[in-house]
Design a protein around this ligand. Structure first.
Ligand code: NAP
Length: 281
C-alpha cells in the first residue's frame, strides 16, 4: 500500500456530521472534494471554495483518500458499491475511511470490498454529535490495521481530537455501539429516577464518581459500569424492563437497532454474541 502523504481528500455524505467534518478538513489545509446525493446540501460548501464532484466514482478518481459519513448500510452500499460508486473510481493504494455508525459485520463487508480494490480501510465511527463535528472535537472509535490507522491519522486529527484504536475492523463499531448502549441506559435510568421525584443531577454526580473511582474497593455498581460483561448488562436490562419501567429503552440511540423492549433484548443478545460470551465490555 502507498505511504504517500495525503493531500487530496474526498468526502461523501454532507449531513449534520459530514458537512461539518468536510469543512474542518478544508480548514486544516486538505484539498477537499465533496459529493452529496442531494446536491443543494453541497452548494454552501462550494461557495466556500470546496470542490464538488459529479458522482462518488469521479470523486474517488481525484483524491488520495476518501471518507464517508452516511445514514446507514443501504445508503453506504449505494454510494460505495454502485456502478458510479466510490470503489468504481478508486485506485489501488488509496485510503478509505468510513465514519458512519454501522454494525461490525457491515464494516467488515466494506473492508473486504476495499481490500479487493487494493485500498487501505479504516472504520472510525464517531461520537460528539453536531457540536463535536463543528468544533473538530469528535471522539473516534477506530477499527483498522495499525498501518492503515497510521496513514489515516492526519485526516482523523483534522476532524476530531481523540482516537481510540479498538482493534481490527469491526472492533471500532463494537465499541461505538457498546458506548451507545451505555449512554442510552444512563439516560433512561436518569429519566426513571426523575419520574420517582429524584434530582437527575444527583444521579449524574453519582455516575461521575462511579466511573472515575480507581480504588481497590470497587462496589458492585462501579463494577457493573467499569467491568461489566454483556451478560450482566443484558440481565440488568431485563430486570429493569421486568420492573415495569415503561418504555425503558425507547431512546434515540437505539432507534436504528431496537424499537421496543423485545427489540432491546434482541439487541443486547446480539451485542453479547458480537463481543464474545463473557468478554468484558
Ligand atoms: N448526528 C449525530 O449527532 C451523530 C453522532 C454520531 C454518529 N452519527 C452517525 O453519523 C452518520 C451520519 O449522521 P448524520 O447525523 O450526519 O445524518 P444526516 O444528517 O441524516 O445525513 C445523512 C447523510 O446520508 C446521505 N444519504 C442517506 N441515504 C442515502 C442514499 N440512499 N444514497 C446516498 N446518500 C444517502 C444523506 O444524503 P441527502 O442529503 O441526500 O439526504 C446525508 O448526506 C450516521 O451513521 C449516524 O448514525 C451521527
Amino acid at each position: 500500500m502507498s505511504t504517500q502523504a495525503i493531500k487530496k481528500v474526498g468526502f461523501v455524505g454532507l449531513g449534520i456530521m459530514g458537512s461539518r467534518m468536510a469543512r474542518n478538513l478544508a480548514r486544516k489545509g486538505f484539498e477537499v472534494t465533496v459529493w452529496n446525493r442531494t446536491r443543494s446540501r453541497a452548494e454552501p460548501l462550494r461557495a466556500e471554495g470546496i470542490k464538488l464532484a459529479g458522482t462518488p466514482a469521479v470523486l474517488a478518481s481525484e483524491v488520495d483518500a476518501f471518507c464517508s459519513c452516511l445514514s446507514d448500510p443501504p445508503a453506504i452500499r449505494e454510494v460505495v458499491f454502485a456502478k458510479d460508486g466510490l470503489l468504481t473510481g478508486s485506485k489501488a493504494g488509496q485510503l478509505f475511511i468510513d465514519f458512519s455508525t454501522v454494525s461490525p459485520e457491515f464494516s467488515r463487508e466494506l473492508e473486504a470490498g476495499a481490500t479487493r480494490q487494493g485500498l487501505d480501510f479504516v472504520e472510525a465511527p464517531v461520537t460528539g454529535s453536531k457540536t463535536g463535528a463543528e468544533k473538530g472535537t469528535l471522539l473516534m472509535m477506530v477499527g483498522a490495521k495499525a498501518q492503515a490507522l497510521e496513514r489515516a491519522q492526519p485526516v482523523l486529527q483534522a476532524v476530531g481530537e481523540k482516537v481510540i484504536h479498538c482493534g481490527p475492523v469491526g472492533a471500532g463499531s463494537q465499541v461505538k455501539l457498546a458506548g451507545n448502549a451505555l449512554i442510552s441506559m444512563m439516560r433512561q435510568v436518569k429519566k426513571a429516577a426523575a419520574e420517582r421525584g429524584r434530582d437527575p443531577d444527583q444521579l449524574i454526580s453519582v455516575m461521575r464518581c462511579l466511573v472515575n473511582r480507581t480504588d481497590e474497593r470497587l462496589d458492585d455498581a462501579t463494577r457493573a459500569v467499569t467491568h461489566g460483561t454483556w451478560d450482566q448488562i443484558a440481565d440488568d436490562a431485563r430486570k429493569m424492563a421486568d420492573a415495569g419501567v415503561d418504555e425503558i429503552f425507547f431512546d434515540v440511540a437505539f432507534q436504528k437497532d431496537a424499537q421496543s423492549r423485545d427489540g432491546l433484548l434482541r439487541y443486547m443478545e446480539r451485542f453479547r454474541e458480537m463481543v464474545g460470551a463473557g468478554a468484558a465490555v
